[in-house]
Ligand binder design. Structure first.
Ligand code: ZN
Length: 282
């Protein structure tokens, strides 16, 4: 049995999957705000509750905001800031008496969709979360690509390509840079612009997304790009963005598919569970 935990800013969700991907148990609890010890305890109690309900022990994978620093082993880049600087992996392993695998939540999303979601069967999958923030993850042959800096796929804090008059002046980002893709493509940015003119805002959004994804296609050349997060539920994106990105891709044709997530809000927990390996590919 595989347990996946999605450690979010407002809730912690836990799921138990059998080796075929069937959900055995699903539970969620509110995240103790700003309290690292209480957050750690909540994750440990969730694992114990799932194991006692099923009567089985399991591998444990955790999806979280941010990443583990390759230098210190501590959490970095998390917007749930009480996690930053903490030895989350060590603390979980000590409390649960087993190895625990942790990964960035966007990486878990990409893994879930690559294993048995909208990217199933594809060799290279780029998963994008267009939500409160903008994250990305790369999965190759059903495994997350992490990289020596633990930032592979971190697309949201690159500059928006080819900014035009409507994109200027470059928007300041919480990360300290300006003009980050996240500041243009996160859900709240779209909502603000929709208040002025819905159609124009969506057209502008699609043009920006097309330029930003064209860079990914030029660098990674993925088979599939899967969108998740609140903005991904706008169905027109899947038709319009691929019609726009060709102008910016260095190729006479673009075979990359742009698709909507298959597991929705469950991708985080499912991908966390699959950090220990997914079901056999079909
Ligand atoms: Zn940024």
């Amino acid at each position: 049995m595989r347990i996946g935990i999605d450690l979010g800013g407002s809730k912690i969700e836990g799921i138990a999957l059998d080796t075929a991907g069937t959900v055995l148990v699903r539970r969620r609890v509110p995240t103790p705000r700003g309290d690292y010890r209480a957050t750690l305890d909540a994750v440990v109690m969730l694992v114990h509750a799932i194991e006692s309900e099923t009567g089985r022990s399991a591998t444990v994978g955790v999806g979280m905001p941010g990443a583990l620093s390759r230098v210190s082993g501590r959490v970095k880049n998390a917007n749930s800031t009480c996690l930053n600087g903490q030895t989350l992996k060590d603390d979980l392993e000590a409390a649960l008496s087993r190895e625990v695998r942790l990964a960035n939540d966007a990486n878990c999303f990409a893994l879930s969709e690559a294993i048995d979601g909208a990217g199933r069967g594809a060799k290279v999958v780029f998963g994008v979360i267009l939500g409160t923030g903008v994250g990305g993850g790369i999965v190759i042959d059903r495994r997350v690509l992490e990289g020596p800096n633990a930032i592979a796929g971190e697309w949201g804090h690159n500059p928006l390509p080819l900014p035009d008059d409507e994109d200027l002046p470059l928007r300041p980002c919480y990360c300290g840079r300006a003009g980050c893709i996240e500041t243009y493509l996160c859900g709240p940015a779209l909502e603000r612009e929709r208040l002025v003119n819905e159609d124009e805002a969506l057209a502008r959004y699609e043009a920006r997304l097309a330029r930003a994804l064209a860079v990914v296609i030029n660098v990674l050349d993925p088979d599939v790009i899967v969108l998740g997060g609140g903005v991904s539920n706008r169905d027109r994106l899947y038709d319009r963005v691929p019609r726009l990105w060709g102008a910016h891709v260095f190729s006479d044709q673009v075979a990359t598919r742009l698709v909507k997530h298959a597991h929705g809000d469950s991708s985080g927990v499912r991908g966390a569970a699959w950090l220990w390996g997914g079901p056999p590919s079909r």
